[in-house]
Design a protein around this ligand. Structure first.
Ligand code: UFG
Length: 324
């Protein structure tokens, strides 16, 4: 198929784009490189450099017989969104509005959207099913939820969508890995401490109502996420529209992640308990049963051990990430 991947120079977008190219799809990437890396763009993709809020850029990317859009381009850091909410609404909600308008204009009626577990906020019950109430605790979560509502409304003109609510993406495929600047995500930060690139790190809160007082998250390997996207294109093409959780369905505290990194790397990780981070929910754990049933999705590498091991290998092989 002819597919457009927005945000295809980013962490998850580049892995999905590579998977699509490997499967024989014709892929156009649109990315403004504000957080992504040109070096992450898979070989064989057409690249339109520009911003999704810019109509000319989006029309240029979509006017070449594109049949479906995979939409990753977004600002995605929970705590950052608390500091600059308008940027998140502008990029994430405003940018998606521009894409949907262009899709309608170009007669493209299928979209796979990068949503997030952040839409749930602090859930009443774990594991979280797609029917759980959505009460985001951050502007980032609100921006993703707003887009989901836009997608539903656009079914009126024939749009079909899969909104994939990712839990915490991690790991590397060997070729592609996680490189944010500055880095704010737990696994790469803890690996940097293990590798001596940082002296120590702060655990954001030790007084949560969890097993050891630190936040609980569900870590899902980026390769397994990519597989779900390929299946989702097929499902949407056959008439599916809806929301699916993508997680490993296993929960780990921050301290358990630290211990896993220590075990995998064989190195100590210096850390201290600091204050809570604004916008952080206490605990997130997926039920991905619906995605497994709907898509036939089978996870093959989402144990925390495998996620950390592959991320560690990538960091050893790419000490400067995508920077030259
Ligand atoms: N954490 C620390 N210290 C750090 C960094 C993180 O204690 O230096 C903790 C956080 O408080 C949180 C956990 O580690 O409890 C994971 O934090 P990340 O920053 O790695 O990820 P988030 O859970 O904040 O968010 C990620 C994605 C979001 C997505 C969310 C879904 O960045 O885009 O997962 O669960 F919405």
């Amino acid at each position: 198929m002819r597919l457009c991947v927005t945000g295809g120079a980013g962490y998850i977008g580049s892995v999905v784009a590579q998977t699509l190219v490997d499967e024989g799809h014709d892929v156009t990437i649109v990315d403004n490189l504000s957080t992504g890396h040109e070096a992450a763009i898979p070989k064989g993709c057409r690249f339109v450099k520009g911003d999704i809020r810019d109509e000319r850029t989006v029309i240029k990317a979509l006017s070449q017989g594109i049949e479906a859009v995979l939409h990753f381009a977004a600002l995605s850091v929970v705590a950052d969104s608390v500091e600059r909410p308008l940027d998140y609404f502008d990029n994430n909600a405003g940018g998606t509005l521009r894409i949907l308008q262009a899709m309608k204009q170009c007669d493209i009626d299928r979209i796979i959207f990068s949503s997030s577990a952040a839409v749930y906020g602090d859930p009443d019950r774990l594991p979280i099913e797609e029917t759980a109430p959505c009460c985001p605790t951050s502007p980032y979560g609100h921006s993703k939820l707003f887009v989901e509502r836009m997608l539903r409304s656009c079914q009126a003109w024939g749009l079909r969508f899969a909104s994939l609510r990712y839990f915490n993406a991690g790991g590397s495929t060997g070729v592609h890995g996680e490189h944010h600047d500055p880095e704010s995500h737990l696994i790469p930060i803890v690996l940097d401490v293990a590798l001596g690139k940082r002296k120590q790190f702060s655990i954001f809160g030790g007084d949560y109502d969890t097993e050891d007082g630190t936040c609980v998250r569900d870590y899902i390997h980026v390769h397994d996420l990519a597989v779900a996207h390929v299946l989702a294109i097929d499902a949407v093409s056959k008439g599916f529209s809806g929301i699916l959780n993508l997680g490993s369905d296993k929960a780990f505290t921050v301290l358990e992640v630290v211990k896993t990194v220590q075990r995998v790397t064989g190195r100590e990780v210096a850390h201290h308990i600091g204050p809570r981070r604004p916008g952080d929910p206490q605990a997130l754990l997926a039920s991905s049963k619906l995605a497994q049933r709907t898509l036939g999705w089978v996870k093959t590498c989402s144990s925390l051990e495998e996620i950390v091991r592959s991320a560690y290998k990538w960091r050893l092989e790419h000490p400067r990430g995508y920077s030259r």
